[in-house]
Design a protein around this ligand. Sequence first.
Ligand code: ADP
Length: 510
Amino acid sequence: MAANAQYILALDQGTTSSRAILVDRFGNSAGMAQQEFRQFFPQPGWVEHDAAEIWDSQLAVIREVLSRGVDGKPVAADQLRAIAITNQRETTVLWDRATGKPLANAIVWQDRRTRERCTELQAQGRAADIQARTGLLLDPYFSATKLQWLLDTLPGARERARRGELAFGTIDTWLAWNLTAGRVHATDPSNASRTMLLDLHTLQWDETLLELFDIPRALLPTVVPTSGVIGESDPGLLGCAVPIAAMVGDQQAAMFGQACFSRGMAKNTYGTGCFMLLNTGEHPVPSHSRLLTTVGWQLGRPQGTVPVTTYCLEASVFMGGATIQWLRDGLGIIGSAPEVEALAASVPDVADTYLVPAFTGLGAPIWDSDARATLIGMTRGTTRAHIARAALEGIALQVVDVFDAMQRDSGIALAELRVDGGASKNDLLMQMQADFLGIPVVRPRITETTALGAAYLAGLATEIWHDTESIESHWTEERRFEPAITSDQREAKLDRWHQAVERSEGWANP
Ligand code: ADP
């Protein structure tokens, strides 16, 4: 590593695009390149990516961000202290170890093709045991049934897997394999805990589950700490070898980028959907509200000492910013997403109108796939402004329900909520959120928390930062929203909202 190695190259491999971000030693972004790649929808409910195209697009943006460089000067690979990988989670890749070629398209986390297999396991009474072992709900979302489907469907695949000829990985593993020209086959606990094959308590692959899903052990990557050097990039790729020092799932990376390092800290990301994570400390907390228990990160320690693992509770709201997209594309009452704020602010309140955005059913804590969106309470006085305002409230109120479930499951009373993601720029939405939660909502100066979190994790492993305290000092508040309604008003609001939610439940299956 050269003495002038001062940047971390963060790879943010998302569901629709690959990005590469240069992060400097002050935690600032010094450059970014992004490329979209193709989405395949071969059948209703199926979603696939071409893993080779994912790697090609990732390599292309790495080269682009380096050649564009900083202040008009290209950045050479020997100026990179480390590479950090953060990625879309659960997406499943199966490849040939000898050729490095995928055997089929990657099955994306959104893909529902294994629904029947999950129903079958449910009927066999397996769900509780799976949840106890993995912290996850029995659902096609996670990698296990996707990998089983590939092994069942591709001729000869399971036999070849048994002979050790094939490799499985989520996208972190796939990128590390390609960066190291096949020398590293590894994953970290934040990604591995989303496969439904990892024992959440020991952080080892679970033999009972491997048997249940008929998955040969020889397929599986080694589980390594989230923050720690796992190998070097192939020198031929960028001009010299660069240490790969972090692998982390995207939501956990955002959590780290928000500096939610202690038990009781939480963040919510307002993107297409909303993703909330709560740090529950060094032990997994089981959920009774159908939330997920997951690994936040594992920090590597000098040899001979035990790595420290942080666990989280996680919940998602399906329709966050997507509700605003619907106002724009479905209803056509706004021209762009940011316009919603002024329109909603043009009326003082929703005039008892509620929009329950159950367009694709309701997630935690209700879990009703037959629920459908409901707009209720309209009178002759209702305008598009009321609908816009009800849409924003509908996002914030769903987040309150998830938040309450997290507090119940963990027994932790949260002091504040840190926010990021595209829709967190909306001040009115953030004020509503603070009002309905009854605690402050805090927006940081840098809302690009995913890449930042991965860079922090890699910087810890390569001594750019020595501890989480020195990272905390980089996290700065941009704005704090304080609750401005009384608890009586809050309770009345939530009560009315729950009446509206009830009316949306079960609609698709009367
Ligand atoms: P993703 O990473 O899921 O693509 P982003 O974090 O980029 O999402 O956020 C985009 C989402 O935020 C879109 O669904 C969009 O409708 C919503 N959005 C963007 N700006 C605003 C705004 N000012 N108010 C409300 N929603 C917004």
